[in-house]
Design a protein around this ligand. Structure first.
Ligand code: NAD
Ligand code: TYD
Length: 339
């Protein structure tokens, strides 16, 4: 079995590659990644020389390049993680989100149609459902919840989801789509809430909480996401959407306070800054479908996962320090200097 993992030099994709190489030593795993600011080849260093692993630097929008790769590798399964993934960047500049997230997905699926495939899996997000009100804790996103997006990022992901489902209906492409809640864990790029707060706290820098910090996200340890994807690509039903999330709702402010506590840093580092435009209030997944159909349940509790994650950032300082000292620094200054 040959699996092409797009976006495998990013956060979730790299964790998925490690998971798959370990679980399926007889599979060939090909990582296709453009290496944008969010892609990091050093992350894949430990597997780079494994005979059943190949890294290819390629843009999913590059039709010729993608077709050539399909001709060479004759993949059985595609798992598409490649995306522009940060909401704040999509508010600054939506264009690249539309290109990569929508058009790039179209190119990959055209390649699947042309060369044949056993499964095309689209890795999506719960953000396509918009948000839930804070005063209705009884409400959750199911697969039937209408698409109702808030940011250019979530709109571009929703566009890709709809395109994937249309390729199933129109061309009979064996497609599945998963919509996962917020992930956390090793190799998470330090522009996102949890790694940014850990990295700033370790440097005794201000911890920029948007608005009051009352927004709620449903956090899932990245390995639990990988396990769900493994089940879906092997046993999920074609043409179906699966929500992934673990009933692990936390307010932003409580996460930041917890990180301060775990690192022995004062809460006085917390700085409330201007809110994000169009900021979603609450995300919460109902995972009944994947649980009933595929037997998936999350294994890592937030209290344990956050400890493991903090430990990883303590033990792998050079990984995130290199990022913080590179081109990412300009983004940070633009985003937070006058906020
Ligand atoms: P990430 O930003 O860490 O990684 C994205 C990867 O895609 C990078 O390696 C980047 O170089 C690559 N990439 C970007 N544009 C590309 C292009 N045009 N061609 C080839 N490669 C390209 O993102 P992540 O957090 O790992 O998210 C992966 C996927 O999971 C995304 O599709 C995202 O929408 C989805 N998702 C993420 C979360 C989360 O909490 N992080 C939750 C649900 C769904
Ligand atoms: P983020 O990690 O960007 O994920 P998403 O917006 O896709 O859920 O942000 C998680 C939450 O944390 C979101 O409500 C915005 C908030 N946030 C801050 O308060 N400060 C920050 O510096 C960042 C990056 C996010």
């Amino acid at each position: 079995m040959t699996v092409i993992v797009t976006g495998g030099a990013g956060f979730i994709g790299s964790n998925f590659i490690f998971y798959m190489l370990k679980k399926y030593p007889d599979y060939r795993i090909v990582c296709l990644d453009k290496l944008t600011y969010a892609g990091n080849l050093s992350t894949l260093e430990p597997v780079m020389n494994q005979p059943n692993f190949r890294f290819v630097r390629l843009d999913i929008c590059d039709r010729e390049g993608v077709y050539r790769l399909f001709e060479e590798e004759k993949p059985d399964i595609i798992v598409n993680f490649a995306a522009e993934s940060h909401v704040d960047r999509s508010i600054e500049n939506p264009d690249i989100f539309l290109k990569t997230n929508i058009l790039g997905t179209g190119v990959l699926m055209d390649a699947c149609r042309k060369y044949g495939i056993r499964r095309y899996h689209q890795v999506s997000t719960d953000e396509v459902y918009g948000d839930l009100p804070l005063d209705r804790p009884d409400l959750f996103f199911t697969e039937e919840t209408p698409i109702h997006t808030s940011s250019p990022y979530s709109s571009s992901k929703a566009g890709a989801d709809l395109l994937a489902l249309a390729y199933h209906r129109t061309y009979g492409l064996p497609v599945t789509v998963s919509r996962c809640s917020n992930n956390y864990g090793p190799y998470h790029f330090p522009e996102k809430l949890i790694p940014l707060m850990i990295a700033n706290a370790l440097q005794d820098k201000p911890l920029p909480v948007y608005g009051e910090g009352l927004n709620v996200r449903d956090w899932l340890y990245v390995e639990d996401h990988c396990k769900a994807l493994d089940l879906i690509i092997h046993s999920g039903r074609e043409g179906e959407v699966y929500n992934i999330g673990g009933h692990n709702e936390m307010r932003n402010i409580d996460i930041v306070k917890l990180i301060c506590k775990e690192l022995g840093k004062p809460e006085s580092l917390i700085t409330h800054v201007a809110d994000r435009k169009g900021h979603d209030m609450r995300y919460a997944i109902d995972p009944t479908k994947i649980s009933n159909e595929l037997g998936w349940t999350p294994e890592t509790k937030f209290a344990d996962g956050i400890k493991k994650t903090i430990r990883w950032y303590l033990d792998n300082r050079s990984w995130w320090e290199t990022i913080i000292n590179g081109e990412y620094r300009d983004y940070y200054e633009r985003m937070y200097a006058n906020r």
